[in-house]
Ligand binder design. Structure first.
Ligand code: EPS
Length: 381
């Protein structure tokens, strides 16, 4: 793998740590460049109390000198402000740690599977790493990937397509300013208002909501990814990256879901020469054919289940007493679809940066630019 990401850190531990390996030398990266997406990820109507505590910022501790990447692994750190309130519960030291085991596992949460897997008798040992707090680390890394893609004219953005049963009417073209101004990152105001109301109603009812986010990558050159092997197909890589986002249960590329119910004549995108430039009349395939980018915008949808921590807890079992019980509750979010879109952008950016580097190589940005340019010149002939 050309670009590798490792993250570490518990939700209420001291900090999150990111190692991003494989970024060429000579890319301008400043902490400020990573700030905007970290803030965007914290927002969205439906977030819980934790986001009032955290002010996520990525501190660069390795891999950058004088504002430029060195080609060595980039290490970023994001402090957990809430850690101050969890020092005893999360203490590293055996003598200092305070335990109050959680055994009433939440349906739909990693609690049960994680406890069985790791032989834990306290769901705290599971939920701390299973927590979606880890996605802050991905967004910081994705920020670096976006800087790399920007050098080649690629831009990765997202919007909220639905919350619960409320679906946005997506305008063409999408007003990205309107998306960013919306409290739920919706592309149409009326749906945005209805989504806010639905989230409020869920909160009132002690419930939670899922939904769908859509990530669009513009400026992607044709030829990224490969049908050479199952694990080199770009659609497969994107699907894995999106479904790895906590609570994300399904993924679709372009009109993939709708297309399954239609005849081929209504699904496939017809290539045309437009002023001697090759393009497709439509983009139902979401920019991918044969697992290879085809020059159209990449369109990826992520489907999220509702958050599994409910204010009105569901029925469960207590693993300690083995009796029926009500599930554990602790502070949580009501709906995170708007934030998940930002995480989806980061995951798509990381995958795209990976396949770009795989195709074109290059230890320095100058070398990568030369390689990309010569390919683009060739295919434009
Ligand atoms: C999460 C539970 C909540 C969320 C958290 C994910 O945290 P807490 O238990 O501290 O209130 O806020 O998300 C984040 C902290 C974040 O940064 O996104 C969970 O159980 O997954």
């Amino acid at each position: 793998m050309t670009l590798r990401l490792l993250t570490a850190g518990e939700s209420h531990g001291e900090r999150l740590t990111v190692i991003l390996d494989g970024v060429p030398a000579g890319l301008t990266v400043r902490e400020d460049d990573l700030a905007r997406d970290l803030t965007r990820r914290q927002g969205g109507h439906g977030r819980g109390g934790r986001m009032a505590i955290e002010h996520d910022a990525a501190h660069i501790v390795a891999g950058v000198r004088g504002g430029l990447t060195l080609g060595s692994p980039i290490t970023l750190e994001i402090a957990n402000r809430d850690w101050e309130n969890w020092r005893q519960v999360m203490a590293v030291d055996a003598a200092a740690v305070k335990r109050k085991p959680i055994t009433r596992v939440r349906p739909g949460h990693a609690d049960l599977a994680g406890m069985l897997k790791y032989g834990a008798d306290d769901a705290r040992d599971v939920l701390e790493r299973a927590s979606a707090r880890e996605t802050a680390a991905r967004v910081a890394a994705g920020g670096v990937a976006k800087l790399l893609l920007r050098e080649f004219g690629m831009q990765v953005r997202s919007y909220t397509r639905s919350v619960g049963a409320i679906e946005a009417a997506v305008p063409t073209p999408i007003s990205w300013d309107a998306v960013e101004a919306s409290p739920v990152r919706a592309p149409d105001d009326a749906a945005g208002e209805a989504m806010v109301a639905a989230i409020d109603a869920a909160r009132e009812g002690g419930d939670t909501l899922g939904g769908v986010f859509t990530v669009i990558a513009d400026g992607v050159p044709p030829g990224l990814g490969s049908y050479r092997q199952w694990d080199t197909r770009l659609d497969g890589l994107l699907a894995q990256a999106i479904v790895s986002i906590p609570a994300c249960k399904a993924v679709a590329i372009g009109d993939g879901v709708e297309g399954a119910g239609l005849p081929g004549s209504q699904v496939h995108d017809v290539p045309v020469y437009d002023n001697r430039r090759l393009r497709h009349e439509t983009n139902r395939a979401g920019g991918l054919t044969g697992g290879v980018s085809n020059g159209e915008p990449l369109v990826v949808h992520g489907y999220m289940k509702p958050i599994s921590t409910l204010l009105k807890p569901l029925a469960t079992v207590d693993l300690k007493t083995r009796e029926p019980a009500r599930a554990h509750y602790e502070r949580s979010d009501i709906c995170v679809v708007p934030a998940a879109g930002v995480v989806g952008e980061a995951m798509v950016a990381l995958v795209l940066a990976g396949v770009l580097l795989e195709k074109f190589g290059g230890d320095s940005m100058a070398e990568l630019h030369r390689n990309v340019e010569s390919y683009l010149q060739e295919i434009r002939k």
